[in-house]
Design a protein around this ligand. Structure first.
Ligand code: IPM
Ligand code: MN
Length: 366
């Protein structure tokens, strides 16, 4: 009997459903004739789930996720749900709980700009003659996103609010391990980003990271940067980095910067991974494009599906152990883009193609 690769598909809101359909078409084609079957359940999440079930992450979505080996996620949120109280909105009521519930503490975001696509980057060509190839490892279940939050109706006579940033040594060490392993597969260079000149959590981060690498990975070249400097260096000379490694909110901000430096948010995929293994003995993970639901272009069929397609490739690599199929998909995307089949966000003089045409071009090159 054939093995089954079981995953839950959560298209979500905005461009989510369009790019998800494109990614599933590519994935099915890439897996044709293999010794396994793809089996997936599609569920509402975010605004779509608020509309159909009254909550952003209903049980009917959570249960199939728990029973699967991976989650392929689109994007959530949009103006339609912005009137809701902040803690009931799609981002905070669906995406963050998913990360927390499945303990997906490690977010891997590759910053890849093909040399043929340098015109899509806002950086001058001279600065990135060979494109960009870096990766951001972001801590995803700790820090200010998940610390205690509070709004005070009155505090010393005025309304006030607070968020808390906290890290435990174990949380820092486990993400340091992911950064180290990533670096070992690349050029053994890690830049850890913090704000140790101001924040107590960063002082602990820097100390823990330094000791962790000295003890376990002395062969890795470890550097520390303050986050403001890191943001500047990323815009000045992204290739001075190889693995950028940082806490949750700094990683959120720096990875968007990395995305735009690499041409477009529409190309950036991500994997959110935990410690546990799935029923196949690989990592359980949630795979999603780093960009948002892009409500301004939703429903027009023009969104770039590449980030979603590449996220599906990452799922094949990390959750299903099929690096070969991941590489096959990644090469097909690269070929299509380099043959100038491009959606509007990366068109630059080429005639923009639709989401469907982009997917078709990738399928033709598998
Ligand atoms: C991301 C997103 C999310 C985050 C939002 C949608 C909550 O911006 O995945 O980077 O801040 O983590
Ligand atoms: Mn973000």
């Amino acid at each position: 009997m054939k093995k089954t690769f079981k995953f839950t598909v959560l298209p979500g809101d905005g461009i989510g459903p369009e790019v998800m359909d494109a990614a599933l078409d590519v994935l099915k084609k890439a897996c044709e004739g293999e010794d396994f079957e793809l089996s997936y359940t599609r569920c509402d999440v975010g605004g779509a789930a608020i509309d159909s079930c009254g909550e952003a992450l209903p049980k009917s979505t959570l249960e199939p996720c728990a029973a699967a080996d991976a989650i392929l996620f689109g994007s959530v949120g949009g103006p339609k749900w912005e009137h809701l109280p902040a803690n009931l909105q799609p981002e905070r009521a669906a995406l963050l709980p998913l990360r927390k519930i499945f303990k997906l503490f490690a977010n891997v975001r590759p910053g890849l700009l093909y040399p043929q696509l340098t015109d899509a980057s806002p950086l001058k060509k001279e600065r990135i003659p060979n494109g960009i190839d870096i990766v951001c490892i972001r801590e995803l279940t700790g820090g200010i996103y998940f610390g205690e939050k509070k709004t005070f109706k009155t505090l010393e006579g005025e309304t006030a609010a607070c968020d808390t940033m906290m890290y435990k040594v174990g949380e820092i060490e486990r993400i340091a391990e992911v950064a180290a392993q990533t670096a070992m597969r690349r050029s053994k260079k890690v830049c850890s980003v913090d704000k140790a000149n101001v924040l107590e959590t960063s002082v602990l981060w820097r100390k823990t990271v330094s000791e962790f690498f000295a003890k376990n990975y002395p062969e890795i070249e470890l550097k520390h940067l303050y986050v403001d400097n890191a943001a500047m260096q990323l815009a000045r000379d992204p290739n001075q980095f190889d693995v950028i490694f940082t806490e949750n909110m700094f990683g959120d901000i720096l990875s968007d910067e990395m995305a735009v430096v690499c041409g477009s948010l529409g190309m950036l995929c991500s994997a959110s991974l935990g410690d546990g293994s799935n029923s196949l003995g690989f990592k359980f993970g949630l795979y999603e494009p780093a960009g948002g639901s892009a409500p301004d272009i939703a429903g027009k069929g023009i969104a770039n599906p590449c980030a979603q397609i590449l996220s599906a490739a990452m799922m094949m690599r990390y959750s299903f152990g099929r690096d070969d199929i991941a590489v096959k998909i990644e090469s097909a995307v690269r070929k299509a883009v380099c043959d100038n089949v491009r959606t509007g966000d990366i068109a630059f003089g080429n005639k923009p193609v639709s989401t469907k045409e982009m997917a078709r071009a990738v399928i033709d090159r598998l």
